[in-house]
Design a protein around this ligand. Structure first.
Ligand SMILES: NC(=O)c1ccc[n+]([C@@H]2O[C@H](COP(=O)([O-])OP(=O)(O)OC[C@H]3O[C@@H](n4cnc5c(N)ncnc54)[C@H](OP(=O)(O)O)[C@@H]3O)[C@@H](O)[C@H]2O)c1
Length: 221
């Protein structure tokens, strides 16, 4: 039997890399992990070109994302376009390209890596929350639209994860304060997010779709 092809965006580091490492270890899929240069989510042309070269995708993990923090009155036009392009329009454009091959196969899995800031929010996160709340909406809409094709679509909402993005956006003294408010008392390691992604894309997941699954050590509880 042919292996299913998994496309993971943003797999050069952080959560995406942990997902790619785990999926590769399982050795049951063909794996596509394009670099930012090969598949730039902020460019519609790049998405089209990449997908033209890879016409059959069975499983899509929309992981790449950025988080430009800032007070609402400091947001630039560039920030708006970059954030919405990379975190929201890019994933939608990518889904648009890969769904035809999933429909033809009569099955598919899409996992959108969202965030707890797509469930509730915090200061300086107008754009980030706009994209992540919207991504959760995309998940719900698509689960309804694509269910009849056996395409299962879910959002994963990590809390604080120990990656470069978190190190860049959360100063060390704030990290300690935040950890004190997390029931498990620590940030997640990327691999702890990857394990749930691996389950959601696996043949063991036959009935979970349209969900926003929170992995946050109890932070939002
Ligand atoms: N870390 C957290 O605490 C946390 C919590 C909740 C949700 N998330 C979400 O989880 C996802 C991964 O986060 P992370 O912490 O692992 O981030 P990260 O360590 O900063 O990695 C982000 C990845 O996305 C890629 N990327 C950025 N812009 C891109 C673009 N325009 N086109 C293609 N690839 C692009 C980066 O590639 P380059 O390095 O080559 O630019 C990198 O591989 C994001 O969607 C983020 O919003 C993270």
């Amino acid at each position: 039997m042919n292996k299913q092809t998994v496309l993971i965006t943003g797999a050069s580091k952080g959560i995406g890399k942990a997902i790619a490492d785990l999926v590769r270890e399982q050795n049951i899929y063909d794996l596509l992990t394009p670099s930012h240069h090969d598949l730039d989510l902020s460019s519609r042309e790049s998405i089209k070109n990449y997908c033209a070269q890879h016409p059959t995708i069975d499983i899509l993990i929309n992981n790449a994302g950025i988080n430009i923090l800032g007070a609402v009155d400091s947001i630039s036009d560039d920030d708006m376009d970059t954030m919405l392009g990379t975190n929201l329009m890019g994933p939608i454009a990518l889904i648009r390209e890969v769904v035809p091959s999933m429909k033809a196969a009569g099955s598919g899995r899409i996992v959108n890596i969202s965030s707890i800031w797509g469930i509730r929010s915090k200061e300086n996160r107008t754009l980030y929350s706009a994209t992540k709340f919207a991504l959760n909406g995309v998940t719900k809409a698509l689960s309804r639209e694509l269910g009849e094709h056996n395409i299962l679509v879910n959002s994963l909402c990590p809390g604080y994860v120990n990656t470069e993005l978190t190190q860049k956006n959360v100063p060390p003294e704030e990290q300690q304060k935040i950890k004190a408010t997390i029931p498990l008392g620590r940030f997640a390691e990327p691999n702890e997010i990857a394990k749930t992604v691996a389950f959601l894309i696996s043949s063991d997941n036959t009935y979970i779709t349209g969900q926003t699954i929170i992995i946050d050590g109890g932070f939002l509880a």
